[in-house]
Design a protein around this ligand. Structure first.
Ligand code: NDP
Length: 299
């Protein structure tokens, strides 16, 4: 491999569906792209499209000033990056970890990187593989501003919107886990709704247009609720939590009558009932946030 390392060069470590999408987007944008994956053979199509392969991870890392790692979680990225030879190869180069995990894992990776002289940015991808390389991709980043600005031109090759959330290294992961909380509870709710609808003889495709309608009413509700939570107003005007708890109970009863477990909705209804028991039945669902921890002194 040539010892010349152009600035517009990147190494992508991890060639699952997302890593492959990232590498393909870099290649399409004309960035010199070296790829590596734990299990061999996942790089074949990328190499056919112009990516450079590497015999070892150390060699892959040494090929670029910037390495982007995207694997299942930080146990996996630690397993790849913490062996001495790889850590040594990363020294003085920039590492961007776009794998998902908790903010504390991002922070411990930040400490490890600092101890080993590895400039480090943490990040999160908030959109599916199909939109990587298009204007619809959403990427969150955190870490040193100067480092982010320096590598921004290469990161921009991924397309989409890149937001630097600040220097605190755990901040991108903090947004990521909160946003995943929305996504997976919503998806679980949707899967449950499809099961319940089928039990009532309604096909998923029949329900879907109305399910999309529920999705469409959420953005203004999200915005208003955010304001109420930050301002501590918890207004239940138009939809007090007593009414919400009642409709949640309908879902539970109808599900269980069909023998469909309703644990997720039971948990939601339980929260609503605790809010009511504390004397806040006239307030909105935003009071749940207080119950869950706002009162514990979190910022
Ligand atoms: P996966 O989350 O399944 O990750 C697969 C990658 O992780 C492969 O490269 C795999 O290597 C590697 N890996 C798994 N275990 C280990 C290990 N113990 N040691 C080393 N490498 C390991 O698929 P994706 O590519 O889709 O996701 C990658 C990251 O991107 C995840 O954190 C995910 O949450 C995030 N993401 C994914 C999205 C998506 O739509 N796919 C959307 C937004 C974020 P091998 O091939 O050798 O098994």
């Amino acid at each position: 491999m040539s010892s010349y390392v152009p600035q517009s060069a990147v190494t992508v470590v991890g060639l699952g569906p997302m890593g492959r999408a990232l590498a393909a987007a870099f290649l399409a944008a004309g960035v010199r792209t070296t790829v590596w994956n734990r299990t061999p053979g996942r790089d074949t199509e990328l190499i056919e499209r112009g990516a450079l392969g590497a015999r070892t991870l150390e060699e892959a890392v040494a090929a670029s000033p910037l390495t982007v790692v995207c694997v299942v979680n930080y146990d996996a990225s630690d397993a790849l990056l913490r062996p001495a030879a790889v850590t040594a190869a990363l020294k003085g180069r920039t590492l961007v970890n776009l794998s998902a995990d908790t903010p504390d894992r991002a922070r411990s990776t930040g400490r490890w990187a600092a101890e080993h002289g590895i400039p480090y940015l943490d990040g999160a991808i908030m959109t599916p593989t199909g939109v990587i390389g298009t204007p619809d991709g959403v990427f969150l980043h955190s870490g040193p501003t100067e480092l982010y600005e320096r590598h921004r031109p290469v990161l921009d090759a991924l397309g989409g919107t890149h937001t630097h959330l600040g220097e605190e290294i755990g901040r991108a992961a903090a947004y990521d886990i909160a946003l995943l909380d929305i996504f997976w509870t919503a998806m679980t709710g949707y899967m449950h709704a499809l099961a319940l609808a089928r039990a009532e003889g309604v096909f998923a495709r029949e329900l879907a247009p109305f399910a999309k309608g529920i999705g469409a009413i959420l953005p203004p509700i999200f915005e208003e609720a955010a304001g109420e939570v930050d301002d501590g107003t918890f207004s239940g005007e138009g939809n007090p939590i007593t009414s919400a708890a009642s409709t949640m109970a309908h879902v539970i009863h109808a599900s269980e009558a069909h023998g469909i477990e309703a644990g997720v909705m039971r948990a939601a209804e339980g929260l609503a009932r605790r809010v009511i028991a504390r004397g806040h039945g006239g307030d909105g669902a935003t009071r749940m946030v207080e119950l869950l921890g706002l009162g514990l002194g979190h910022r």
